[in-house]
Design a protein around this ligand. Structure first.
Ligand code: NAP
Length: 242
């Protein structure tokens, strides 16, 4: 049985990924930081769909020691780690002139450093296995920036650099490392957008509509299983990046 660990799987995109991997028969590690009940509900849903190999793994990905303990716990539980999805992410939007050190650091710590701690620990396991896949959930903001979220754009751009560097280093262990840029999904993270802003985002799509969550989960699972693709960036919507 293949195993996957998804960070930030208590809600939003991570939750949907956990359910999709669960349906596909993976053993699923559901990481969360705060939302214990929500994470346990994800595990329960996987169990109820007939897959009993799902478990919660609480850990704040900002804490590298806790990350090491989490990856160790996954390996104790399932003996291996086939796929890591670095999905945990936060926003602390503010224009640059008003942005505090804390708002900058929080976003870099979770979205970039947290992903690196997880990748590094997963790579220790995967390099021993001589197989594995890491998928970093980035954002279109990495490619084109945004207004009022320079911290987020910088963190996600860093994640793309990390993806490319790690792909080069870890390829010799047959570990693939790719980044996926989701389209717009109406999760808690996106809740701050006004109706007008949502309409503006939708209008940017060449196809005139945003991405279905199934389009994203299908692609992530495909990338996770493809052993010939690494160091690549996949943009899962129809916004054309100049
Ligand atoms: P969301 O609904 O706000 O969920 C965020 C998840 O991250 C939660 O499960 C949360 O866990 C977890 N998390 C936050 N800080 C954490 C920490 N320090 N340690 C461990 N887990 C932590 O977000 P989302 O919209 O699903 O976004 C998921 C990913 O997709 C993010 O990386 C985001 O940047 C990216 N993305 C989203 C969109 C979009 O339209 N939604 C578009 C492009 C990219 P707890 O609730 O348990 O604390």
């Amino acid at each position: 049985m293949k195993t996957v660990l998804i960070t930030g799987a208590s809600r939003g995109i991570g939750r949907e990924l956990a359910l999709a991997f669960g349906r596909a028969g993976y053993a699923v590690g559901v990481n969360y930081q705060k939302e214990k009940a929500a994470a346990e509900a994800v595990v329960q849903e996987i169990w109820e769909a007939g897959n009993k190999e799902a478990e919660v793994f609480p850990c704040d990905v900002r804490d590298s020691l806790r990350v090491r303990q989490m990856i160790d716990a996954v390996v104790v539980r399932w003996k291996r780690l086939d796929v890591l999805v670095n999905n945990a992410g936060i926003t602390r939007d503010r224009t640059i002139l008003k942005m505090t050190n804390g708002e900058w650091n929080d976003v870099i710590d979770v979205n970039l450093s947290g992903a690196f701690w997880c990748l590094r620990e997963a790579a220790r396991v995967m390099s021993r296995q001589k197989s594995g896949a890491v998928i970093n959930i980035a954002s279109i903001m990495a490619a084109r920036g945004g207004f009022g979220n320079a911290n987020y754009a910088a963190a996600k751009a860093g994640l793309i650099g990390l993806t490319k560097g790690a792909a080069r280093e870890l390829g010799r262990f047959h570990i693939t490392v790719n980044a996926v840029l989701p389209g717009f999904h109406a999760t808690d993270m996106a809740a701050a957008l006004s109706e007008e802003q949502r309409e503006r985002v939708t209008a940017e799509h060449a196809l005139g509509h945003t991405t279905q969550i199934e389009d994203l989960t299908r692609l992530v699972m495909e990338v996770a299983q493809n052993t010939s693709v690494s160091g690549q960036i996949f943009n899962i919507d129809s916004r054309v990046i100049a």
